[in-house]
Design a protein around this ligand. Structure first.
Ligand code: UDB
Ligand code: ZN
Length: 184
């Protein structure tokens, strides 16, 4: 099982690499890696397991964050309405997105960044993501709100992009035009 010791931190060059596509059908080894990403986020949200292993509670994790430069992500979140978004995907890709943007009023953080970095991170308000699950099924997922933000944050890791790259350096809390403010 993965712990915080497996997660590389800001400044590690692997976080800035473009991850390679995972060949389909996936190897057993790649399936195990993908499952371990989802297991981390699920374990980290279980208070007992998290405290036992000192896991920082996370909503998503990408393979480059465990120093594996392959296109794999996991997301596990409960949205505002209590719906669960639990996905582990090979080769996730945004196939369409809204013009409208959104941002978390509280800003973003990252399991690979130990300090808080203030500011709004502009994202697309709605995205459609295609990818392949661990069983080889091709999925097409439509997302908005917090789940859409988490998927964009994780897919950025596959392209060597960090959330703070998008923060307005001169005015971190500058108004983002045509954007929905998400409170939590
Ligand atoms: C997170 N969690 O897991 F708005 F219920 C962050 C950390 C870095 C603070 C642990 C998080 O944002 N939780 C959260 C946010 C809400 C409502 C709620 C829980 N990540 C994952 C990560 O670093 N993946 O690479 C950072 C998130 C920032 C925005 C999307 C992902
Ligand atoms: Zn991150």
């Amino acid at each position: 099982m993965l712990t915080m010791e497996d997660i590389i931190r800001d400044g590690h060059p692997s976080l800035r690499k473009i991850a390679v596509e995972v060949p389909m059908p996936p190897s057993e080894e790649d399936k195990q890696i993908l499952k371990s990403l989802l297991e981390y986020v699920q374990n980290s949200q279980n208070e007992e397991i998290a405290s036992m292993h000192d896991l920082r509670p996370g909503v998503g994790l990408a393979a480059p964050q465990i120093n594996i430069s392959k296109r794999m992500i996991a997301v596990h979140i409960h949205d505002e309405k209590g719906n669960i978004y639990s996905y582990a995907l090979f080769n996730p890709k945004i196939v369409s997105h809204s013009v409208e943007q959104s941002y978390l009023v509280a800003g973003e953080g990252c399991l690979s960044v130990d300090e808080a970095i203030p500011g709004y991170v502009p994202r697309y308000a709605r995205v459609t993501v295609k990818g392949t699950d661990v069983d080889g099924n091709e999925l097409k997922i439509r997302l908005k709100g917090l789940p859409a933000i988490v998927f964009q944050h994780e897919i950025d890791h596959l392209n060597g992009i960090m959330f703070y790259d998008y923060i307005n350096k001169k005015d971190p809390y500058a108004t983002i035009e045509n954007a929905i403010a998400i409170e939590r």
